[in-house]
Ligand binder design. Structure first.
Ligand SMILES: C[S@@+](CC[C@H](N)C(=O)[O-])C[C@H]1O[C@@H](n2cnc3c(N)ncnc32)[C@H](O)[C@@H]1O
Length: 399
């Protein structure tokens, strides 16, 4: 088996940068990135600025791509949003998911190409969505994999728990075809060993023993039935094989070094990133505690409350989660005290590149600062992928 990769929702290439840092033989044979309803395609342009402009990098809505035209690949990767994955019966056509929901595009690639290995990234709340039927959406993903002959491991990883410079919690999903050497080997292991010791995430992101596993089952591969009635309390570590579910709360077991915000901060920062008095006042208010009387549409009066968040952001800790709104006048934007001048300022785009673990100035490919922040809010902690990419390379070499 060769180390070929198909990168969906490629953004500025976080999976690719991470995999190539793990093993130079990872070879991206097809990538897709399209920013809906924008004329400018800055993320795709950034991707091509680094990896070349080639026909195999496609800047189209994945929904319009004929999945059979995608080349064969060993590893399918992609970071996709948490959306409503429910399905409805549509008469003759069978079942149908909601339009624009990207999970169905990933499933389309699985059906057309059947890649042996799949690595996906999503937000942590995926496991609990939707609020009124907890676990339904993730159940749909797992049932889809089961029906196509895969087993799945998942893990919520806070990158800072493994030494990285950002507190970013994301759900990673590793799926493998049951007919691979790896799949057959894992099939012989107990669920307890998979989650604690032998499994993919146990190897890459070690955890402390977490007691008895919580068990359940999907019960059916029928997505409509799952959509209508399935619920399960998925925890932060887990495993699905043959429709059986095993889950536990993961307690990270990491004793290596930790990178802090100050370690990656720029020096000699341009004056434009410093905050004037008006902005300082705005940030002070936005980040402060609030109790605000509000009136709902139905006339009901209520008090909106939120606690304070650190202002400025401490530089002797990892950064908070970067959102796509980073850099705007927003409660979640980081404000730091500059290491040289002691004055308050925003992070530079280059610092946000480093917080995600990209090479310096990665997004400095002709887009505005605003869009550089946006791309970094969308991206992932590259170092997490590098850790996974090393083990993935070993797994593929055994096939
Ligand atoms: C969560 S981000 C993934 C970012 C990527 N992992 C990175 O490192 O930059 C999802 C990406 O999917 C893209 N996207 C959204 N809808 C899409 C569609 N219909 N077709 C193709 N790409 C889409 C977005 O523009 C965004 O860059």
């Amino acid at each position: 088996m060769d180390k070929t990769v198909c990168e969906l929702f490629a953004g500025v290439g976080g999976f690719r940068v991470g995999l190539e840092a793990a093993d130079a033989n990872w070879d991206t044979v097809w990538a897709n990135q399209w920013e809906p309803s924008r004329r400018r395609q800055d993320a795709f342009d950034c991707y091509c600025a680094h990896f070349g402009k080639k026909d195999i990098y496609v800047n189209e809505d994945i929904g319009t791509v004929d999945k059979a035209s995608i080349p064969d690949h060993t590893l399918l990767v992609g970071g996709f949003p948490c959306q409503d994955y429910s399905v409805a019966r549509t008469g003759a056509k069978g079942i149908e998911g909601k339009k624009g929901v990207l999970w169905w595009q990933i499933r389309g690639v699985l059906i057309a190409k059947h890649p042996p290995f799949v690595l996906l990234e999503n937000v942590d709340r995926l496991l609990k969505s939707p609020g009124k039927q907890r676990g339904r959406d993730f159940g749909i993903i797992l049932a889809s994999f089961w029906a196509l002959g895969y087993s799945v491991e998942w893990r919520v990883v806070n990158a800072a728990d493994y030494g990285f410079v950002q507190r970013r919690r994301r759900t990673f999903i590793f799926a493998y075809r049951n007919d691979t050497v790896y799949g057959r080997y894992m099939h012989g292991a107990s669920a307890d060993r998979v989650i604690h010791q032998d499994g993919f995430f146990a190897q890459v992101f070690p955890i402390a023993p977490c007691g008895a596993l919580h068990q359940g089952e999907l019960g059916t591969q029928d997505l409509l039935a799952i959509s209508d009635a399935f619920g399960f309390a998925f925890d932060t570590a887990g495993y699905m094989t043959d429709g059986m579910l095993f889950t536990a709360k993961a307690e990270p077991d990491y004793h290596g070094p930790h990178v802090l915000l100050r370690d990656i901060m720029d020096h000699g920062v341009d004056e434009k990133y410093y905050l004037d008095d008006t902005s300082l006042e705005k940030f002070k208010y936005l980040k402060g505690a609030k109790h605000i009387e509000r009136t709902a549409r139905n006339g009901h009066k209520y008090t909106f409350s939120e606690g304070p968040i650190a202002y400025p952001d401490p530089v002797d800790r990892p950064a908070r989660t970067m959102l796509t709104s980073e850099g705007t006048t927003n409660r979640s934007t980081h404000v730091v005290r500059d290491l040289d001048t002691g004055r308050y300022r925003l992070l530079t785009p280059n610092e946000t590149n480093k917080i995600q673990g990209f090479p310096e100035h990665w997004t400095d490919t002709g887009m505005t600062d605003r869009f550089q922040y946006f791309c970094m809010g969308n991206a992932l902690v590259v170092g997490c992928i590098t850790r996974m990419g090393r083990l993935l390379a070993e797994i593929v070499e055994q096939e």
